[in-house]
Structure formats: C-alpha cells, structure tokens
Design a binder for this molecule. Structure first.
Ligand code: AMP
Ligand code: ZN
Length: 140
C-alpha cells in the first residue's frame, strides 16, 4: 500500500469506490469520470506502478478478472463491444501511478476510435526494420 495513492485508498476502503468485483489479488470498480457507461478499472490490490512491476500471479489475477468481467459489463450496460487497454506509463497517458486496466464498453456509433488511435501517427518501417524489431523482442 502506498499512502498517497488514490487506488490504494480505494483498496483499503479509505475512500469510496463503486466496487463491482473483488478477488484475492485484484479489484474492479467503476471509473469516477467514465468515458462510457460501465467504464471499469481493474487493478492489482498491491501497489504496483507499471504493468511490468506485477508478479505473474498478480498479472493473472488482474487479467483473469478483466476476462471474467468484460461480458458481465457488456450485459449490464447493453454494450456492443469493448475497448480494453492500459495506459502503461505517463508517456502513454497514465495519470494514476497504480497499474490499471480500462474496460470501456463501446456502442455502435459512439464516435470513439480503435485503440490504434492512441499511438499517434503510423511510423514508416520497412521489412528489414520489422524483422529486426521482431528478432530483438524475441531475444529478450
Ligand atoms: P489513467 O489516465 O490511465 O491513469 O486513468 C486514470 C483513471 O482513473 C481515469 O479514467 C480517472 O477518471 C480514474 N480515476 C481517478 N480517480 C478515481 C477514483 N477516485 N475513483 C475511480 N476512478 C478514478
Ligand atoms: Zn496504489
């Protein structure tokens, strides 16, 4: 637990949250400033800033809960689809430094874009560069 972390305070029950599901290692609650009805955040209960800081068990707990909840959220708000994503780091738009997965219900004609829109303009990468990147990632 981090004393000055808003999401740790929700886990601890020190500030209110609209909690929709809880497991041993993960918690899900409605986003307080939703992009859509049913916009939900799924977090590790332990204070972890970035996705890479989660243990395998914590990661499983978070993503299992995302997998379990997404259809339930869709059912509850009559959504057609979801955008599911993580702003993993401030440069990607992370404002709350406690890792969280956004589950955003999507509706036909809602005016939103695909997740590709989050990454800015498309880089111009040739086949050799793509091969090199794939090899570097595979070697890590
Ligand atoms: P991010 O930009 O990925 O860090 O998103 C943080 C999200 O947390 C935003 O969508 C906020 O609306 C949401 N948020 C901030 N404070 C609270 C809170 N106390 N309860 C629920 N959601 C919150
Ligand atoms: Zn925290």
């Amino acid at each position: 637990m981090s004393d000055d972390c808003i999401f740790c305070s929700i886990v601890a029950g020190d500030i209110p949250g609209r909690i929709v599901a809880e497991t041993d290692d993960a918690l899900a609650f409605l986003d307080a400033n939703p992009m859509a009805p049913g916009h939900t955040l799924v977090i590790p209960k332990a204070h972890r800033e970035r996705l890479a800081d989660l243990s395998t068990e914590e990661s499983r707990a978070v993503f299992d809960l995302v997998h379990d909840l997404a259809p339930r959220i869709a059912e509850a708000v009559d959504a057609d689809a979801h955008t599911i994503g993580v702003n993993d780091g401030p440069e990607a738009g992370q404002e709350v430094p406690h890792a969280h997965v956004h589950v955003m219900p999507r509706f036909e004609g809602d005016g939103g874009g695909p997740i590709h829109a989050a990454a800015g303009s498309r880089p111009d990468l040739d086949d050799d560069e793509l091969d090199e990147i794939a090899a570097d990632i595979a070697a890590e």
